[in-house]
Design a protein around this ligand. Structure first.
Ligand code: NAD
Ligand code: DAU
Length: 347
């Protein structure tokens, strides 16, 4: 079947974006993908090795704030999936400016290009995050994030994503554009930049270094395999209702301590490898997603996130892809890591 639809994907060289490219090229012969990525520290063309030669895929090195480039690519597309962002909370605490540049101004630039698209606006999927909802208490396990909640961002990263999220709502309301928003929980899987907790801990242990656990280790995250997230984004792209928000989550809540113990056990390491460190400022206590809307309306449910098998296979991926993460962990990453842990004293 020849491709019938061209998708402009932003941020396709990052963790989720590169998994999206692989999944879409493997499972969706009807799609052609244009990947626009600025190749910031977390964008890596190695993440696309082997799929980048596919005739249905093309790459454009560029910034989502480059209005003429964005307009040209949007004019060629039948839909936009917007994933490009500064994505790491700790970096946003050190310096929030790049977050507002990319996540707010970049989103605005894309939305304007879609509004002015030659031939008329097309569907725009904004990949937001569950962090826009703020934090849930540990002692009310029955509470979960649902799409009707107000946005209560607690980190500069979350505030920048929430601003992008609200811009999408505003463009839908004001210009009647076909915009759909997703809010997903924490992803895990291959090609995740090793500043995020799972690849950081696994690769530290492979280097025989300790793992820095923030605060009391009892903060909870709701873990979802990245390919489950990407399938949900495809479902929203295909069948999401204009102007709607869809939560995406795995119903897989784990405290950071439980997660750390599972990683240690998968790697045959003991608890002496845990280094408690000072907490992240403004650290959200608990995320938990109510994903019943996307299940009910679009028939999506996770199939790859079962725990602990999915975590163990992710750990194995980093063990087997030594040269990938060693290269990623060298260079500019070292400087970040040194700054980060200068401000996170051991406790
Ligand atoms: P990532 O940091 O691994 O990748 C981000 C990508 O965006 C990189 O390839 C980078 O080069 C690109 N990029 C950044 N600024 C750009 C710009 N100005 N112009 C063009 N490209 C730019 O992030 P990720 O974890 O893959 O997250 C992707 C998206 O999913 C983000 O929007 C994030 O907010 C959202 N999200 C992530 C998670 C998660 O657990 N990782 C969960 C929910 C939502
Ligand atoms: O919930 C979705 C969000 O998940 C996405 O929007 C973000 O882009 C993504 O980075 C992720 O945010 P988190 O802050 O939850 O992920 P991170 O991997 O940084 O941290 C996960 C938990 O682990 C968090 O409670 C902090 C803790 N942690 C993290 C690091 C890096 C540690 O204890 N030690 C660490 O060194």
């Amino acid at each position: 079947m020849p491709p019938t639809k061209t998708i402009l994907l932003t941020g396709g060289a990052g963790f989720i974006g590169s998994n999206f490219v692989r999944l879409a090229l493997r499972t969706r012969p009807d799609l052609r993908l244009i990947n626009l990525d600025a190749l910031t520290y977390s964008g890596n063309l190695e993440n696309l090795a082997g799929v980048d030669t596919d005739a249905r895929y093309s790459f454009h090195h560029g910034d989502i704030n480059d209005a003429p480039l964005v307009q040209r690519l949007v004019n060629e597309a039948d839909a936009v999936v917007h994933m490009a962002a500064e994505s790491h909370v700790d970096r946003s605490i050190m310096d929030s400016r790049p977050f507002f540049q990319a996540n707010v101004m970049g989103t605005q630039c894309l939305l304007d290009a879609v509004r002015r698209r030659k031939g008329g606006p097309v569907r725009f999927v904004y990949v937001s995050t569950d962090e826009v909802y703020g934090s849930l208490p540990l002692n009310r396990p029955e509470l979960k994030f649902h799409e009707g909640l107000p946005l209560v961002a607690n980190s500069p990263y979350a505030a920048s994503k929430a601003a992008g999220d609200l811009l999408c709502r505003a463009y839908h309301e004001t210009f009647h554009m076909d915009i759909v928003t997703t809010r997903c929980s924490n992803n895990f899987g291959p090609f995740q930049f090793p500043e995020k907790v799972i690849p950081l801990f696994v690769t530290n242990l492979l280097e025989n270094k300790k793992v820095p656990l923030y605060g009391d280790g009892l903060n909870v995250r709701d873990w979802l395999h990245v390919e489950d997230h990407c399938e949900a984004v495809l479902a929203v792209l295909d069948r999401g209702r204009p102007g709607e928000v869809y939560n995406i989550g795995g119903d897989n809540e784990r405290s950071n301590l439980e997660l750390t113990r599972s990683i240690l056990s998968a790697m045959g390491k003991g608890e002496e490898m845990i280094q408690p460190v000072a907490d992240r400022p403004g650290h959200d206590r608990r995320y938990a997603i109510d994903a019943s809307k996307i299940a009910r309306e679009l028939g999506w449910k996770p199939t790859r996130s079962s725990w602990p098998a999915a975590l163990e296979s992710t750990v194995r991926w980093y063990v087997d892809n030594d040269s990938w993460w060693r290269r990623v962990k060298s260079g500019a990453y070292r400087e970040y890591y040194a700054r980060q842990y200068a401000s996170r004293a051991a406790v």
